[in-house]
Design a protein around this ligand. Structure first.
Ligand code: NAD
Length: 318
């Protein structure tokens, strides 16, 4: 399919809570779209967030940010779904599933028929499960529906490794993959610092040891729990992650991002599943999933993560 870059990109963000309003703010200040619309069932919250962000429009190139009705999302180029019940302290993302399925269904019922090339990014948790639900509800091509997946976790990994190695996070390449949740894992065998494999870097230094990697993995995996314990929600990191994904779509970047994508059998895991894997993103959505060579342990971890998601899909009410 030929790639298209919208001349006046419109981004609709559903949910004006902590994540949605931060994503709207980040999208506005990064000048990614001509128009940003924010939609929430709580009209007063939606209005307040829009008024607050709009106060700064004279400092940016984004043409407008406004509150809107669900049906106004029909012609958006990108729809970002952040509406949902947030994770509570001690609650896993998977506990949220049935509550957020109901909300997701009601949103698409209210929006109605989407334009056929709309791209939908799911953010509400459990993101891998809900992304599959969104694709089933919207019947959009599978590449046009994906979830934020392990992109935030990967950003956390890059920041932490950069900090440990005293290198910019931008020079750390590597992915957290699998479920966005407790079974996610780091592909250490494919992590690079500049062009050097991380494992070679570690061998030649004393500050970071192989035994520290498990701790870094745990920090990344538990970051949301730790942030929620201190301030009840996480939103800045995901807000910045979302604007980077949205801009990869609108600017047709062909950027590799670890997102929750439909597994079509490229990895040796259960099919008919959305799960966090690196994929090339452009203005058509997911162009293709990138196959990276996993070692035996990583392969087992991916199989386990996929099985956990598959078991939830079997149990949930949809
Ligand atoms: P929040 O409670 O601050 O905001 C949720 C908003 O959704 C509220 O404003 C609420 O009014 C709105 N809402 C509820 N039902 C709605 C409906 N039917 N239509 C429109 N709006 C509706 O929660 P939050 O902190 O913004 O988190 C939102 C979701 O994002 C949660 O599921 C959370 O777990 C998830 N999250 C995901 C990631 C990620 O990496 N994927 C990161 C952080 C948070």
């Amino acid at each position: 399919m030929p790639q298209k870059t919208p001349s006046s990109p419109k981004v609709a963000i559903i949910g004006a809570g902590a994540v949605g309003s931060t994503a709207a703010y980040a999208t506005t200040i990064k000048n990614v779209a001509s128009e940003v619309i924010l939609i929430d069932i709580n009209d007063s919250k939606e209005e307040g967030e829009v008024m607050d962000i709009a106060d700064g429009l004279c400092f940016v190139e984004t043409g407008c940010i406004k509150g809107a009705d669900f049906k106004d999302a029909r012609d958006a180029d990108v729809i970002v779904i952040t509406a949902g019940v947030p994770q509570k302290e001690g609650e896993t993302r998977l506990d949220l599933v049935n509550k957020n399925i109901k909300i997701t269904k009601s949103i698409f019922k209210s929006i109605g028929k989407l334009k056929k090339d709309t791209i939908v990014i799911m953010v509400a948790n459990p993101v891998d499960i809900l992304t599959r639900i969104v694709q089933q509800i919207t019947k959009l091509p599978k590449g046009q529906v994906f979830g934020s997946g392990t992109s935030l976790d990967t950003a956390r990994l890059r920041t932490e490794l950069g900090h440990e190695l005293k290198v910019s996070p931008q020079n750390i390449d590597g992915y957290v993959i699998g479920e966005h949740g407790d079974t996610e894992f780091v592909c250490w065998s494919n992590a690079y610092v500049g062009s050097k494999p991380l494992m070679d870097v570690i061998e030649s230094m004393t500050e970071l040891k192989l035994s520290d990697l498990e701790e870094i993995h745990n920090d990344v995996k538990n970051a949301a729990y730790e942030i929620i314990k201190r301030k009840n929600a996480t939103y800045y990191g995901i807000g910045m992650t979302l604007v980077s994904i949205t801009s990869a779509i609108i600017n047709n970047d062909n950027r590799i991002v670890p997102i929750s994508v439909y597994n079509n059998g490229i990895y040796d895991i259960e099919k008919d599943l959305y799960i966090g894997l690196p994929a090339v993103l452009n203005s058509n959505g997911v162009h293709h999933v990138v196959k990276i060579k996993l070692n035996e342990k990583e392969n087992e971890q991916l199989l386990h993560s996929a099985k956990v998601l598959k078991d939830i899909l079997k149990q949930m009410k949809f």
